[in-house]
Design a protein around this ligand. Structure first.
Ligand SMILES: *Cc1c(COP(=O)(O)O)cnc(C)c1O
Length: 334
């Protein structure tokens, strides 16, 4: 593999813990459940974007950038981790956030401000459509901007999850565990593509099951096609002759509900069960939905007691505070 020599900037603490959730399994009368704790990557309250940013920011520095530009939702975990990475390296950071400036800065958005980045509100252009204009402006003022893609999902971001797959495999062997499924929240596709690549490259036969978080489309092509093409282009980048097609993709869209960031009973139950059995915080947008999906698949028999599931905790808990209005736990007892 060619990528061992690619620029990489250390930003987090790795390996993240691999733990077994015995009390959650028992509560659900379900299979063995393990959790990969990427909520503990160590950069600014953690999350899966830290892994991607090690490669992406490494590339930015190699290209001589002095300014980082990226986009996301107002409560983007990706933007918060990017803001922290930029701050730690003395890079200027511009975030292009969907929607309007709110009255109150809360959750991830509060942290973005604490990290001192510049925020551009982009209204309905919530996936970085305004970036080219901002980049032009920065160039004219003498800056060297570098654009981090939406969600950090390009080949470098996916590569980080090939690395993560290797990290998981070495931990799994140490504790003599076996998995049938890897379940995680999938939203901009980099995590998914990287894990698919690892699964094929190392000839594991896990069901790499992404729980779709966002109904959205990526540049007119469907999210399914996007993940498959990213897995292919990442394989190409590292000089591996692997070909992915639709049959390699497991993307479960049963739990998108009313769309991105619309928090309902599924997420609420998953957050409280996981907190109350294991003392672990999930988030309302991503991991709460993915765990809600896993719980449902255990209850409806799609995942059997004899299976063994690795749930990849991709972070996100800072958003709990911003979404408190949607959380049962925030309601007054009557
Ligand atoms: C970004 C994110 C995801 C999704 O990862 P992608 O690689 O963008 O699909 C999942 N969980 C959390 C908490 C995230 O911030």
């Amino acid at each position: 593999m060619k990528y061992e020599h690619m620029p990489r900037e250390p930003l987090g603490f790795f390996p993240t813990p691999l733990v077994e959730l015995t009390k959650l399994s028992k509560k659900l009368d379900g299979p063995k459940i393990y959790m990969k704790r990427d909520d503990n990557t160590g950069l600014a309250l953690g999350g899966n974007k830290t892994r991607k940013l090690e490669f992406i920011i490494g590339d930015a520095l190699a290209q001589g950038a002095d300014t980082i530009v990226t986009a996301g939702a107002a409560q983007s975990n990706h933007c918060r981790q990017t803001a922290a990475a930029a701050a730690s390296l003395g890079l200027e950071c511009h975030l292009v956030l969907g929607g309007q400036e709110p009255d109150k800065f809360d959750g991830n958005l509060l942290l973005d401000k604490i990290f001192g980045c510049k925020i551009h509100w982009s209204g309905t252009n919530r996936k970085g459509e305004d970036i080219p204009e901002i980049v032009e402006h920065l160039k004219k003022s003498g800056k060297k901007p570098y654009v981090v893609p939406y969600g950090g999902s390009n080949e470098l971001g996916a590569l980080a999850f090939l690395e993560a797959f290797k990290e998981l495999e070495s931990q799994r062997k140490n504790i003599n565990a076996s998995f049938t499924h890897i379940v995680f929240a999938s939203s901009s596709g980099g995590t998914h593509a990287g894990l698919m690549l690892g699964n094929k490259l190392f000839k594991s036969s896990y069901k790499i099951m992404g729980i779709n978080i966002d109904k959205g489309e990526t540049d007119q092509i469907s999210f399914d096609q996007y993940i498959v093409s990213l897995a292919n282009s990442t394989a190409k980048l590292i000089g591996e002759n692997l070909k992915f097609s639709d049959v390699d993709l497991m993307l479960n869209s049963d739990y998108v509900g009313e769309g991105y960031g619309v928090v309902g009973a599924l997420e609420n139950e998953a957050i409280s069960i996981t907190a109350q059995t294991e003392g672990i915080l999930l988030d309302p947008v991503y991991t709460g939905r993915a765990m809600g999906g896993l719980i449902d698949m255990i209850r409806n028999g799609k995942i059997k007691k004899t299976d063994s599931v690795l749930f990849w905790h991709t972070g996100g808990a800072p958003a709990l505070f911003a979404y408190s209005n949607d959380l049962d736990a925030a309601k007054k007892s009557t």
